[in-house]
Design a binder for this molecule. Structure first.
Ligand code: PLP
Length: 916
């Protein structure tokens, strides 16, 4: 730009900046086009030389030429072109109107018209120009004309229609029903033209020609077909798809190119004399441009003659396509376009598409131009492979092998760079290796926003996906094929978005609290216990729980939640500094660290001297999908999809999907104060959602607990403890535990009533449920965890984790005499510390005999009144031992997860009953 004149006010628009920003955006989207300069030789075609980025001359094979029949390198054409040029000269020297119409132009137009069985034809300098000019001329000259266009039409047709103000209606690609719907709903009297192609150049789809033509006749529409990718190849004489299907005379305008299968240059339309005269007279893009060089016209005539007469040429072409496709299939390379000569390998991501094309060229000497936006829609980026009769079998084998190397043999995994994430990636890798033993797996690690905001509580920050967004963005950028995350960190919006997901592993879902060893002293000294946590859910549930579950060694235990951030090892290290008395972590995370020796040593060191508490599942409900590792890929990355489908853990995946959906009912994001977790009650799959929802309402909802009763009066629904049992307890060896052990499972508080609490110091104590836990805590006993009243066996997998390392077979179960036998029969070590006898003589017999549903608080209740039970009674109980014992007797009890859940259900049922 010239220097500014201070007296004139001028635009401050910065053109250079504008250009740069546009090109930069294009480059970062991966759609920026790079051309390679091909040193084309007719003798070596389709092989050619090119200079690579390092300035070295390289050889490659062209696998994306549109010179389908290699006629562009055929000596017959080259000779005639040379001869004509020597005779006629190079250029035509004018527009068709002004000295540029030669005998050769008319000869070619007549030949084209004859080929397509139309009255006439009109040459253009390209099929693009023919499409654009013809459609634009029709639109401008017939202002009421409505364009009805296939959504995948070529840019040249779209540009032609867009240049007019006519109405445009788009029908779904090749969808005759949609087209008919449009025709039906458009003013019948308006002039219309249906615009479509016969062979779609990228997808390789073939149009249902008869159906469209039939509709056009019925609704009296003009028809315009682009046969650019069909002329020279299909039909008896190679005139295209209309010829192949015997429909030559049923379309008003045919568009074709001389530049692809014909191997020369230029384009045309073929139509009636009237229409040709019309476009010739009004079409700006025809009138105001220099006509084709005469030698081009002569060579095109020669080429068309060759196509019409030399069947071998086209036979060889189609034979090669079959060989190519069987070569691809052999390597399990998916492609579309089977109906035509176009072989399309969907990549679905611009950057990846370019990266693959680059590798093919640089490493394997295979030239396939990546097809990116705007040629295809975002997500449809692909490699479009074309072949000629000149490609040899060896060329085809080399292509298939190279594609296999690039597409199938390597997968890039991305994830966070934390130790835990690396451990998760290792799990994913080993699962992939089982099914794809030869697959090369590269891991690319990166930090997430959550890692960078290391000192800030995330629930104070705007946004979602703090730990996952940077990672899944790598997929869109084509940097990686598969992303690995902790599913609990991922937003519901993203999980239900348009990527493919597969949950591949799910470990223990509970939370765990790690305390410093001086916790007991601090409680005794009535100090405020500081718990490090960074989640509202944990703050709400765990602190409330711990108040009752920590050994009650002072009159009022005071707890305070203190924010803590960082990965597992940094959080654990913070315990040492004395900033915190305890920290809450996800059990699965720590446990996964033990899978790798170095991490295991580190964590073992950090846990040395610590006291642990595994938080109960129901009272301290975990976050939705806690413990699950999810893998993610783009839908269009076919190989990655295949890998994910193979390693998917279907049951866990479905469970997680259900949890995420349910969570969505209550709110989402890391600020939420509720948990959602799948809970298996014996065989029955349920989901519990509990906490405070996004509107601040407290809730507790069980999903999958179905108990529908028909007209049972609420008075006839009872629990066995309402019957008025009296009981006598006796203690076998008060004061001590016979046959001491390192670890105890306390099945009921009665089992320790007569035992000095000190007996449990330095022992690992587990409780059957939280009621027992609280009572043990009141005795000053440290409890490590409980079975949530779901039975001893429900926590076996938890015991066997490396973090817990409890052998359930060596654990002593403290229980009553009558139950001890049952446990012992199952091979467990038991100590019966007491016995309880229920007296049924004083029970409310009327209540019992008139009941229709009874909740058994314990098996002994059932045992002592079974003779009096009405026949049709419905049995209900908790999932633990009572269930097992009833089941053994052939009873199929309905299971409730907690007594509280049963009480709530009864209340709701009663209200419904009264309302009805
Ligand atoms: N129509 C379709 C469907 C095409 O694919 C192309 C070119 O790729 C054209 C028209 C334009 O053809 P030409 O190269 O002759 O301008």
């Amino acid at each position: 730009m010239s220097e500014k004149d201070p007296d004139i006010s001028v635009s401050s628009f910065d053109f250079d900046e504008f250009i740069k920003s546009k090109l930069d955006a294009l480059k970062s989207s991966g759609s920026y086009r790079h051309f390679i300069s091909i040193d084309k030789q007719i003798t070596t075609f389709p092989k050619f030389q090119y200079i690579n980025d390092q300035g070295i001359s390289m050889q490659a094979t062209n696998w994306c030429t549109n010179d389908y029949l290699a006629l562009g390198s055929w000596s017959g054409n080259v000779d005639i072109s040379n001869e004509t040029t020597s005779k006629v000269g190079t250029g035509s020297g004018g527009t068709r109107n002004i000295s540029g119409s030669t005998i050769y132009h008319r000869q070619l137009e007549k030949r084209i018209a004859g080929w397509h069985k139309t009255e006439n034809a009109l040459l253009f300098n390209s099929a693009y120009q023919a499409n654009q000019t013809t459609l634009c001329t029709l639109g401008r000259m017939i202002p009421d004309l409505i364009f009805i266009s296939d959504e995948e039409n070529h840019a040249s047709m779209i540009e032609g229609m867009r240049a007019t103000s006519n109405k445009k209606l788009i029908f779904k690609h090749n969808d005759v029903a949609d087209l008919e719907h449009i025709l039906k709903t458009t003013i019948a009297s308006a002039p219309k033209i249906i615009v479509f192609e016969s062979v779609y150049s990228i997808s390789g789809t073939v149009t249902p020609l008869s159906a469209i033509i039939e509709l056009a006749k019925r609704y009296q529409c003009l028809t315009y077909i682009d046969e650019v990718h069909a002329v020279g190849l299909y039909g008896n004489t190679g005139a295209g798809m209309l010829e192949k299907f015997g429909l030559e005379r049923s379309v008003d305008f045919i568009n074709g190119t001389l530049s692809k299968a014909i191997g020369v240059f230029g384009g045309y339309i073929a139509a009636s004399n009237n229409w040709i005269d019309f476009v010739r007279s009004f079409g700006s893009g025809f009138i105001f441009t220099t006509s084709l060089p005469p030698s081009i016209c002569v060579t095109a005539v020669n080429s068309i003659h060759e196509i019409k007469t030399n069947q071998v040429l086209r036979n060889d072409f189609f034979k090669n396509i079959v060989i190519l496709r069987s070569g691809l299939a052999q390597f399990n390379i998916h492609f579309t376009g089977a109906e035509t000569h176009i072989t399309n390998i969907l990549i679905g991501n611009a950057s990846r598409c370019k990266a693959i094309a680059d590798r093919l060229l640089n490493e394997f000497g295979i030239y396939v131009q990546p097809i990116n936006q705007p040629t295809v829609k975002k997500g449809q980026e692909c490699l479009r492979i074309t072949i000629t009769p000149r490609h040899s079998i060896a060329d085809i084998q080399h292509l298939a092998k190279s594609l296999n190397s690039v597409l199938n043999q390597k997968i890039i995994i991305t994830g966070r760079s934390s130790r835990l994430s690396i451990a998760q990636i290792e799990i994913v890798k080993s699962k992939i290796n089982v099914h794809f033993p030869n697959l090369e797996i590269e891991v690319k690690l990166k930090d997430s926003k959550g890692d960078r905001l290391i000192n800030i509580p995330l629930h104070t920050q705007e946004g979602i996906d703090f730990f996952t967004e940077d990672i899944f963005n790598d997929l869109d950028q084509g940097v990686a094929d598969i992303a690995v995350h902790s599913l609990k960190d991922m937003s519901t919006e993203h999980f239900f978005g348009d990527h493919t997901f597969a949950v591949v592993d799910r470990a223990e879902v509970r939370d765990i609290v790690i305390f410093n060893s001086n916790i007991i002293d601090n409680i005794k000294e009535n100090k405020t216990i500081r718990i490090g946590t960074c989640s509202f859910r944990r703050e709400l549930m765990a602190l409330d729980f711990l108040k009752k579950a920590l050994p009650q060694l002072s009159s009022d235990i005071k707890l305070e939640a203190v924010p803590i951030r960082g990965n597992i090892e940094t959080r654990l290290s913070k315990l040492k500094t004395g900033e915190y008395d305890g920290i809450i972590l996800a059990f699965a995370g720590i446990d996964r660290m033990f899978k790798n020796n170095e991490n295991a040593t580190l964590i073992t060191g950090l846990l040395h001297d610590k006291k642990i508490m595994v938080l109960p599942l129901i009272d301290c409900l975990p976050a939705p999908c806690q413990g699950a590792i999810v893998t993610e890929c783009l839908k269009s990355n076919l190989f990655a999809n295949e890998v994910l489908a193979t390693i998917k853990d279907v049951k866990n995946h479905e469970q997680c999907v259900a949890e995420k959906r349910i969570a969505n009912n209550y709110g989402s994001g890391c600020i939420q104060k509720f948990g959602v977790s799948s809970i298996t009650l014996n065989q029955q799959e349920t989901i519990l959602a509990k906490g405070i929802d996004q509107y601040g309402n407290e809730f507790e909802d069980w999903y999958g607990l179905e108990l529908n009763l028909d007209h049972v009066h609420p008075d006839h629904i009872i629990s066995s403890d309402q019957l008025g049992f009296t009981s006598i307890k006796t203690y076998s060896s008060p004061g001590k535990i016979v046959g001491a052990s390192n670890s105890y499972f306390i099945s009921h508080i009665s089992a320790v009533n007569e035992i000095a609490p000190e007996s449990f110091i330095n022992h690992r104590v587990w409780a059957a449920g939280t009621t027992t836990w609280y009572k043990l805590a009141q005795l000053g006993i440290w409890v490590e965890g409980c079975a949530d009243s779901m039975g001893f066996k429900s926590i076996h997998s938890l015991f066997q984790t490396e973090l817990m390392s409890i052998n359930p077979d060596e654990m002593k179960i403290l229980t009553s005499e009558s139950s001890a036998m049952k446990w012992a029969n199952e091979g467990f070590q038991t100590v019966s510390t007491y016995d309880i006898q229920y007296q049924s003589s004083l029970i409310d017999k009327y209540k019992l005999t008139s009941s229709k549903l009874i909740f058994w608080n314990c098996f002994a209740h059932y045992d002592s009144v079974k003779a009096l039970l009405p026949e049709e009674i419905i049995h209900v109980c908790l999932p633990g031992k009572t269930y097992d014992q009833l089941k053994e007797l052939g009873i199929n009890p309905i299971v409730f997860p907690t007594f509280d859940a049963f009480t709530k259900w009864k209340k709701k049922y009663t209200l419904q009953y009264i309302a009805a």
